[in-house]
Every structure is written in C-alpha cells, then in structure tokens.
Design a protein around this ligand. Structure first.
Ligand code: MG
Length: 382
C-alpha cells in the first residue's frame, strides 16, 4: 500500500504505535513532530527519513538541528512547524496525536489544506467541534477517529444508513478508581492515579481516565463526530475494555466492535480505511476473558464526567472552558500542587462561574481557553 503519512506527536504513546503500524504496511513518512523528546525524535528521523521534523519546544531547536545535521531532514519548531507539517502537499493523511489544545490549530491547517485527518487529539473536537466539523465538511475533508471508542462506533456504522441509527453506547473502563467513594478519592495519590488497569497511555490521558474526564471528553467528541444529541449517547462502564463501543439501530439491534485493548487496531483502521490487513497486535480470545461486565457510571462521585456532559448540553464555549480548566488542573495535580479530588471541584465550578458565550471562529476558542486557564491559576495561586 502506497501512502504518505505525517505524524504529529510521534514520540508519544499513540505516535510510536502509529509508526509501528506505518512500518508494518510500508507507509512513507513525510513529517514527524515531538514536544521536547529530541532523543526519540532523532531515532525516528533516522529510521523513517521524513522530509521534515518539528520540535515544538523552541529551546530544543538548535539541539535538534545539530542532531540531524548529517541528514537531509529539515528541522522546524513551534506552532509554525506543526502547521507546516500538517499542510505538507505530500501528505495523504495527517495523524494528529499531540496532547491538549495545542492540537487544534494544526487540525485547522490540515483541513484548510484539504488533507484528511486521523484524529487522536480529542481536544480538537471538544474545544472547537462545531467549527472543525463545519470547515471539514466545507473542504471535503474526512476526519477518521483514532480514539478506540469512536473507531468502534465508526466501524459499527459501516454499511448502515445514518437515519437508522437510534443511539450509541460509549463504553468506559471506569479507570483505576471505579467503585471508590468521594471520601476514598480524597486519599488517592499521584502514583495511584497514574496506574490504569487496561490501557498504557500518556500521563494527561491517564489522569483523565482516573477522573473520568476522558469519558466526558469522548462524549463531546462523539457528539461532533457522529452528529448526535447528548440524549443519544449512553455511557456504560465495561471493566475489561474488550467491547470498544456499540451502536443501537431503530429496530433495537445493537452492533458492537470488539478486540484486545490495543490502540494499534483503531490507529490502523483510521490509516488504512476502508482496507483491513493484519494488525501488529494480539487476536482476541473471548474464552480467555470468559466474563464481560457492564455497569452504570457514578456521576455523583466523578464530577468531571457529569460536568463535561453538562457543558455540551449547555453548548457554546462551555466544552472549551471545561476542557481547558481540566488541562490546567491536571498540570497542577501532576506538579503535586493540588490533590486529586480538587481536579473535579475546579472543573465543575467552571459551569457556575462563566457566562454563556458563543464559539464562531478559532479566535473565540483561543479566548475561552485563555480565560479558563487564568481562572484555574487564580484559584490555585491565590
Ligand atoms: Mg478512548
């Protein structure tokens, strides 16, 4: 298969797994980017020989240039560099797996250049869902979901008629603190929060999985990707992470997608769509699992989850505000500045402390993002 791919966030968990998939299928790599991991970015550059690499952290630019001075790889940096790679004319598809709001502008740039996107940056849709989806539509760009749940829904929708869809069932692992009470959560440590039962992921998303914010963000992501109302999305806790999500049709037939919990399957589906070839992962053995369980989430204890749903129900800038407040609060938690329980308190307080505002362009997103981060810093640093 002859495809040219650029990977933003190539040294992260999704990025490295994406390159494994690209290598397996002999894809050409046009561009790679990393936040600050010059060591791995150099290794990847020597292996895949991209035309461009971008080191997002400007302070590492000179070092990166030095490291690759004996190669023909062009070195870029900062947001300009990310956007240049996002819009390379040689890209057949851009895999965007940068973490956080930083991913939004590269997504827009790829859309404006008419490039299809395999999207692993959920903040893109959470913060700018309405404008991202409408500009993708206007430019004829397809956004392929990489998130395992959204890939599952996308797969369950194949060969069906959209008007037959009645709702989706978004599965959640429940994270490391499933069944814990609010009192229990007051005592959890950073090490506890960084231990995920099924998936191995970067720090930000692992904390989001512990607070269930991750499922809240995915709820919003699903709303935009599949043009659903919040009432059409049901969250079900499924501890084994084997059923990656399901779709219910008007006749109450439910179609689910199953597989081992390995991101390479959804990554590969996004990059190879509509083809299906052997994936570099394990096959699913249902009898090894034996039992699959399904339960209701605890919306009272996990305030991030209920807040994210409230935010998308309220619409406008609320999803962006809640997402940015969460990003900022998680940073403070990872720096040992606030306890775990505080993340949910801060995120939920956004809904009462911000007046409704509209998002009609990229600048509106940036404005909401800045104000939410300032709001969080004021709470913590006062
Ligand atoms: Mg997911």
């Amino acid at each position: 298969m002859n495809k040219t791919v650029s990977v933003l966030g190539s040294t992260g968990s999704i990025g490295t797994q994406s390159l494994e998939v690209c290598e397996k299928h002999g894809f050409r790599i046009a561009g790679l980017s990393a936040n600050s991991n010059t060591d791995l970015l150099e290794k990847q550059s020597r292996k895949f020989r991209p035309d461009y690499v971008c080191i997002y952290d400007d302070k590492k630019y000179t070092e990166m240039k030095q490291r690759l001075s004996d190669t023909s790889v062009k070195v870029l940096s900062g947001m300009d560099g990310l956007c240049e790679i996002a819009s390379l004319s040689q890209n057949d598809i851009l895999l965007n797996s940068v973490v956080g709001m930083v991913g939004l502008l590269p997504t827009f740039t790829a859309i404006n250049s008419g490039k299809d996107i395999a999207l692993a940056n959920k903040e893109t849709l959470v913060a700018g869902g309405e404008i991202v989806m409408s500009s993708a539509k206007a430019k004829g760009v397809t956004i392929y979901p990489v998130d395992s749940e959204h890939s599952a829904i996308f797969q369950c929708l194949q060969g069906s008629r959209r008007e037959h869809l009645s709702k989706i069932i978004l599965t959640a692992s429940g994270g490391p603190f499933f069944k814990k009470s609010y009192e229990d959560l007051k005592k959890v440590t950073k090490a506890d929060a960084l231990k995920h039962p099924n998936w191995s992921m970067g720090n930000k998303i692992t904390i989001d999985s512990a607070t269930l914010m991750n499922k809240g963000l995915e709820f919003i992501e699903a709303k935009w990707l599949f043009d659903l109302t919040p009432e059409q999305i049901e969250i079900v806790v499924h501890r084994q992470s084997v059923v990656h999500s399901a779709v219910e049709y008007n006749d109450f037939s439910v179609i689910a997608q199953l597989g081992v919990p390995d991101m390479k399957i959804p990554i590969q589906y996004a990059l190879l769509y509509p083809d299906r070839l052997e994936c570099p992962t394990k096959r699913l053995s249902l009898t090894d699992y034996g039992t699959l369980t399904f339960e209701k989430p605890d919306y009272e204890t996990f305030k991030c989850l209920s807040t994210a749903i409230k935010a998308i129900e309220s619409g406008g800038a609320y999803p962006c505000l809640v997402n940015s407040a969460n990003e900022e609060a998680v940073k403070f938690f990872l720096d040992d500045r606030i306890p775990f329980i505080e993340i949910g308190e801060i995120v939920s307080s956004v809904m009462e402390n911000f007046a409704p505002a509209q998002i009609s362009c990229y600048e509106d997103v940036v404005k909401a993002d800045i104000s939410a981060r300032e709001y969080v810093r004021n709470i913590i640093e006062k």
